[in-house]
Design a binder for this molecule. Sequence first.
Ligand code: FAD
Length: 117
Amino acid sequence: ALNNSTLKAELGRSTWKLLHTIMARFPEKPTENEKEALRSYVYLFSRLYPCGECATEFQKILEKYPPQVSSREAASQWMCAIHNIVNKRLKKEQFDCGQIADKYKCGCDDEKNSTTT
Ligand code: FAD
């Protein structure tokens, strides 16, 4: 059986994948409505994430580093930096955010600039 920390890590990996993929697919030139949708999503996520300790810590990080929603690049780099802050707190390796553009593909039909179609 999986112990609690294994489950927490599994949830974390799935969640980061979703979060980074959402940022990688966010419009390059978002409308005000799209910007507000992303901002709301991040704040609601921070209240609803099922690991309570993680959510509390994440809310503290958001107070210092509010969501950057002006473009796909801004959102992707912001999420990468936030994940690195969590990595640091958990004593994990820092990720090179210059590599992020290629890493999070969704296999969506309308994916642009895909090198893997
Ligand atoms: P993960 O950190 O899950 O990363 C998965 C993969 O993403 C990595 O293998 C790497 O390929 C890639 N990656 C790594 N860093 C980055 C980056 N900066 N940008 C883009 N991609 C990257 N766990 C706790 O025990 N305590 C907590 O307080 C806690 N808070 C969390 C808060 C949030 C919002 C989330 C989503 C998760 C949290 N977790 C927490 C879980 C934790 O972050 C990890 O997901 C879990 O420990 C599994 O770690 P991992 O080593 O498999 O890699």
